[in-house]
Design a protein around this ligand. Structure first.
Ligand SMILES: [Zn+2]
Length: 271
């Protein structure tokens, strides 16, 4: 395999010092090893987020420096399903924070954590905040469907709850990228949370309250959503929209201005 200039780990250490001077956005992908129903493999979150990150890096003209993927996430609520690997909240927070702080230590000033697994997000938001407050870098985190809400809402056919886990978008994008790994004949609709005005699960239609229980209390398949509505055509639309938005995001983030901090203990306010 030839060396790829957009991959962090394909450079030597002196080369990486030169790359840092160009101030690319460092992208840290994270997924999980987790049940995704009877039709998708355990690698779904890892495969989708890595594919999105690598395609965006190829299209970003040197503005993305892509790190190795963190393949495990926070999964305590999925442990009833065989094969799931759980990294507990405090471990994941400290582990990812150690990585972003290392990156900032080497002089990179813009870091994006690209997430493929919804339940990592509250932890990654805290990692991003702490990275900003404890280093010289700006850091943000996203879960990939949030980059293309408009386009996903235009193609989705499922109602509320159809796009939570192993449902319409994840199955569509997997069909688009690698249909040979999808056992589509085994896909089943499973949306069985109690009806509520305030509490539901949907990646593109966030609820006011995110109530997260052990999943086998409300899903016997490991799905919460409607994968039967997935198609490779929808997957292509969603994938392209997410990748294009990601490229726009890094180009904006790379040049995002940052105001000067002032310590008013030492300096009087200018009124
Ligand atoms: Zn997933």
């Amino acid at each position: 395999m030839s060396r790829k200039s957009y991959l962090y780990h394909h450079h030597t250490w002196p080369e990486l010092g030169e790359v840092a001077k160009k101030k690319p956005v460092v992208v840290l992908p994270i997924g999980s090893v987790e049940d995704h129903g009877h039709h998708l493999p355990l690698d779904t979150d890892n495969f989708l987020i890595w594919s999105i990150c690598e395609e965006a890096a190829k299209r970003a003209g040197g503005d993305i420096l892509l790190m190795p993927l963190i393949p495990y996430g926070f999964e305590t609520h999925h442990m009833d399903f065989t094969g799931t690997i759980d990294v507990r909240i405090e471990h994941l927070l400290n582990f990812v924070l150690d990585i972003t702080k290392s990156v900032a230590h080497h002089g990179f000033e813009r870091i994006i954590i690209a997430d493929g697994h919804g339940s990592n997000m509250p932890i990654l938001e805290l990692v991003a905040r702490r990275t900003i407050l404890e280093t010289e870098a700006l850091c943000g985190a996203f879960i990939w469907p949030s980059l293309a809400l408009k386009e996903i809402r235009e193609v989705r056919e499922s109602g509320r709850g159809g796009m939570a886990h192993a449902g319409e978008p994840e199955t569509s994008v997997y069909l688009h990228l690698a249909s040979e790994k999808v056992q589509f004949d085994k896909a089943k609709k499973d949306i069985n949370l109690p009806n509520s005005e305030f509490m539901w699960l949907d990646l593109t239609d966030g609820a006011p309250i995110h109530l997260m229980d052990h999943w086998t209390r409300f899903s016997k398949t490991g799905v919460h959503g409607d994968p039967t509505l997935a198609t490779p055509e929808k997957g292509k639309v969603i994938y392209e929209a997410v990748v294009n938005a990601f490229v726009r995001l890094v180009k904006e983030f790379k040049n995002r201005p940052r105001g000067e901090r002032t310590d008013y203990h030492k300096e009087s306010p200018q009124v």
